[in-house]
Design a protein around this ligand. Structure first.
Ligand code: FE2
Length: 428
């Protein structure tokens, strides 16, 4: 790391520009950015910045807390086309500006990120599900959210799987993710779950393929939580929130298997105010998929839910069905939809503060969880009401979660930026 890197770079650039001007017959090799920059594994003291270039170069990130003084830098060990630079020893809850470069030129600049806070702070989370079609609807849902959030920064965002259709190839990731969300990728850390379409070109067992090569989730507990030892499932903290991401497709879903054994230990050991779990295949849905008949959905419901409900998980987010389905505050529903009973509702109301009131719960085991399917970020299909659901909609959109201390607000925002459903949870 060198403190005067930007000065050095400026000198090199000037020299390079002059050389180019005086030797016009010589071609200068310039690297073009093919992908990114995008942010991964944000913690309160570190962040990973990724990008790709068309020629191998030794990547460098210039950064600092003032936009015109990028006095710090971090450089890759060797030249490559696929760049991964980890910035460390950062201050928590701090805005850093950054540029990406290589030895002779700044490739792109004018970006920023904000490190995670150590303590609770008002947090905005954006959530897209089944977003990876690279189509007009995905663009409209994105623009609907951008209109909704305005100047409010997106602190972090989640992808609930099926991030790239049809088979999660490099080209499909380029279209479905990197060309669809370029601005948000530069400034807000993305945390992803793997879906069945992503798994068309990726192996959870070997952690190979585009999904695993593109993303760097924590495997060693780098961002809080217990080390999972794999990128297929992982956890992290952000302020007073603990997130748990599971792999509902390519990893063993057995109750005593590696994933759910880890999840039980991880979810139980966190003392954060809020626990949010997310994975692709929903435990409850009557949309384009049916949780009564499909094996991944049945097994996640029967095996993961008892563990997570015992650990006091507040919110579970999934996609797969191209619908928006939001449950009541419920507990203990592990069977098919015809076994759902009124006693499983911890609150009979909507959770809407201006109607029946917010959901009010403790962090104790089995105090109630809200389950949301948010799979309409690129397509909306028909949906029937599952008895556990308070609201079922077939509208393109995405999810916004605002956490402020012991209050959590969820809004389903459509492709015009309008709120189509909302509810609030409060913690005792
Ligand atoms: Fe899916």
């Amino acid at each position: 790391m060198s403190k005067d890197a930007s000065f050095d770079l400026l000198e090199v650039q000037t020299a390079s520009t002059q050389a180019t001007a005086t030797k016009k017959h010589q071609k200068t090799l310039h690297s073009a950015i093919l992908r990114g920059p995008y942010l991964q594994q944000g913690t309160h003291s570190s962040i990973i910045i990724r990008w790709a270039t068309n020629t191998p170069v030794q990547g460098k990130v210039l950064y600092g807390t003032a936009p015109d003084k990028l006095l710090l830098s971090a450089t890759e060990a060797a030249a490559t086309c696929d760049h991964t630079v980890k910035l460390q020893e950062l201050e928590s809850d701090t805005k850093y500006y950054y540029a990406i470069a290589h030895s002779t030129e700044i490739l792109d600049e004018g970006f920023f990120f904000v490190t995670a806070p150590k303590q609770a702070k008002p947090t905005r989370i954006w959530v897209v599900g089944d977003s990876g079609r690279g189509n007009e609807i995905a663009a409209q849902v994105r623009d609907g959210y951008l209109k909704f959030t305005g100047t409010r920064h997106t602190d972090l965002w989640l992808m609930l799987g099926d991030n790239a259709y049809d088979t999660g190839t490099w080209d499909e990731y380029q279209r479905g993710v990197f060309e669809m969300y370029p601005q948000i990728l530069r400034n807000s850390v993305l945390w992803t779950a793997i879906g069945n379409h992503d798994a068309g070109s990726a192996s959870s067992e070997w952690q190979s393929g585009p999904y695993y090569e593109l993303f760097n989730p924590p495997t060693q507990g780098e961002a809080g939580g217990i080390a999972s030892g794999t990128a297929a499932y992982y956890s992290f903290d952000y302020g007073n929130i603990h997130f748990i991401c599971l792999d509902s497709y390519g990893s063993d879903r057995a109750s005593t298997g590696a994933m759910l054994s880890w999840a039980a230990e991880d979810a139980t050991s966190s003392d954060k105010d809020w626990k949010i779990a997310f994975w692709h295949h929903p435990p409850y849905t009557k949309g384009s998929h049916d949780s009564d008949t499909e094996i991944e959905l049945i097994e996640m419901r029967e095996r993961a839910l008892p563990i997570l409900e015992a650990a006091g998980v507040d919110l579970v987010l999934s996609g797969h069905s191209h619908s928006y389905e939001r449950s009541y505050l419920i507990d203990g529903h592990y069977g098919t939809s015809d076994t759902f009973s009124a006693e499983m509702k911890k609150d009979q109301g909507s959770g809407q503060e201006d109607k029946s009131g917010a959901y009010y719960k403790s962090s104790a085991p089995h105090a109630g969880t809200v389950y949301i399917v948010a799979g309409t970020s690129a397509r909306a299909d028909e949906v029937s009401p599952h008895p556990a659901m308070h609201t079922s909609l077939s509208i393109p959109g995405s999810l916004v979660i605002d956490v402020q201390g012991k209050r959590l607000d969820v809004m389903f925002v459509d492709d015009r930026g309008e709120v189509q459903d909302y509810f609030t949870m409060k913690k005792r």
